[in-house]
Design a protein around this ligand. Structure first.
Ligand SMILES: Cc1cc2nc3c(=O)[nH]c(=O)nc-3n(C[C@H](O)[C@H](O)[C@H](O)COP(=O)(O)OP(=O)(O)OC[C@H]3O[C@@H](n4cnc5c(N)ncnc54)[C@H](O)[C@@H]3O)c2cc1C
Length: 436
């Protein structure tokens, strides 16, 4: 076994906010006797984006605060202090490097524009002797285990799925054990409040389909409830197009998005469930959806910044409008479609929307209202508790006809409402103040 280094290693947490099955942390623990960690509430993430929305709205901010609280506690159990700042990484990390004479920094590898820029700024604020150890760790199927280069990722999901199902395996989860305690370390940093991030305190909406709290422990709790206590996973395929309540789908996405649970952990727990209870179409379908998640990550790796461009990865030259009045109607839930409105009001009041809802409101925005799809995507980015850059932009491109839908479908929102909300329960839930 390699001898552990005496100098202190630094783990920079971004979207991998967990201690178990965290390969980056695992490598840092293997290489260093002593470790510290940091998380930055980067003010840029709370500023206004180019389309006029706050990049992170209050729902995700609250979820993140809860997540960092648990991360701090869980890291302490591994004898690792988490330093938290409301500052840019370039400033915060430079400070820690100076104070603790850090020479190695560990982080999850990201490839989207803003993350790459932030890392570049951070690197240039530091001496070039600092070694950065970056690892892909957000996938179900690790990039080294798929039999395709990024350029060869198929543009059709089914081809990608069949390839990985046939040729790749999911790695086992890694268990992290404590590192050595650092004596006499002072850490007076703390998890900020919502107000310190620029928001007012708010209560959870009583009708929210996502009433859960952030953090690794809560993610595991939800998994245990959905799989082993209620066993709802066994009927997931039948319920997953639901609109009302907590259990029609797994609700794993917010924890997956900020990395408080890994896709591998979910996968191996599905396998345990199948061994202990039942293996059926529903248990498979949850894995199928996790492969969709991987797919959009690989699409972003393949096409880089094209996923943010108006013509998307297909470089389509459609006519798009930026009519402010129409955009407001969509956001406020005052379009001619009650079904679209109900979904948009749910999003505004809770930070959550079902997958069925998202497909419909996005299709309506792009294909009925012909509005610049990037504005809809930026609004989702602001509001969603589970915002994930690859899934959000990948799905928006798909629905807008500039991405990976080979059939370029348009949703008929009236028929969709009749099919998925036949008794109007969902629409009544969110439109009661506007219709009656
Ligand atoms: C326009 C649009 C924007 C979206 N934006 C996001 C986003 O920012 N973040 C996000 O996590 N998901 C996004 N999705 C995908 C999907 O709607 C959510 O992942 C899902 O609704 C989350 O609920 P769940 O965890 O209960 O999902 P389940 O149905 O229980 O699925 C389990 C997991 O599979 C993954 N998954 C399921 N469907 C998809 C999908 N279509 N694409 C990628 N992964 C999927 C998610 O990680 C999800 O947690 C978007 C979909 C659309 C149509």
């Amino acid at each position: 076994m390699q001898k552990k280094q005496d100098n202190i290693g630094l783990i920079w947490f971004r979207n991998d906010l967990r201690v178990q099955d965290n390969y980056t942390l695992n490598q840092a623990i293997s290489n260093h006797k002593h470790l510290i960690a940091c998380y930055c509430f980067d003010p840029k993430q709370y500023s206004i984006s180019k389309f006029g929305f706050k990049k992170t709205e209050r729902y995700r901010a609250q979820f993140l605060i809860e997540t960092i609280n648990q991360l701090k506690t869980n890291l302490k159990q591994l004898n690792i202090e988490l330093f938290i700042t409301i500052d840019t990484p370039e400033n915060a990390i430079k400070n820690l490097v100076d104070i603790f004479s850090i020479s190695s920094i560990y982080l999850q590898k990201e490839w989207t524009h803003e993350e790459v820029q932030t890392l570049a700024r951070t690197k240039s604020s530091l001496p070039n002797t600092i070694i950065f150890h970056e690892y892909y760790d957000q996938f179900l199927f690790h990039p080294d285990d798929i039999q395709m280069s990024f350029d060869e990722i198929p543009e059709v999901f089914t081809r990608f799925r069949k390839n990985v199902e046939l040729n790749s395996t999911v790695r086992p989860v890694t268990i992290n054990s404590p590192s050595e305690q650092i004596s006499e370390i002072t850490n007076d940093t703390y998890v900020p409040t919502l107000q310190e991030l620029g928001f007012e305190v708010f209560g959870k909406h009583p009708n929210s389909a996502f009433p859960f709290e952030g953090g690794e422990t809560n993610a595991i709790q939800r998994l245990d409830d959905y799989f082993f206590k209620s066993k709802k996973i066994a009927s997931y395929k039948k319920t997953r197009n639901g609109l009302v309540g907590v259990d029609f789908s797994s609700k794993f996405s917010p924890w997956l998005a900020n990395g408080s649970i890994s896709a591998r952990t979910i996968y191996w727990q599905i396998k345990t469930f199948e061994d202990k209870h039942i293996k059926n179409e529903s248990t498979y379908w949850l894995i199928f959806e996790l492969i969709w998640r991987d797919y959009f990550k690989y699409i972003a790796l393949k096409h880089q910044n094209d996923i943010f461009k108006l013509g998307g990865i297909l470089h389509k030259d459609y006519d798009w409008y930026q009519n402010e009045n129409q955009i407001k109607k969509w956001i406020n839930g005052t379009t001619p479609s009650h079904f679209v409105n109900a979904n948009m009001i749910e999003l505004a009041k809770t930070g959550w929307m079902s997958n069925r809802g998202r497909q419909n409101v996005a299709s309506y925005f792009a294909k009925d209202m012909h509005l610049d799809w990037r504005i809809g995507a930026a609004y989702f980015e602001s509001m969603l508790i589970d915002y994930d850059v690859h899934s959000n932009y990948g799905n928006w491109m798909y629905v807008a006809g500039v991405g990976n839908d080979p059939r370029d479908r348009k949703f008929n929102v009236k028929l969709q409402a009749e099919r998925y909300d036949a008794n109007g329960r969902f629409q009544n839930l969110w439109l009661q103040n506007t219709l009656f």
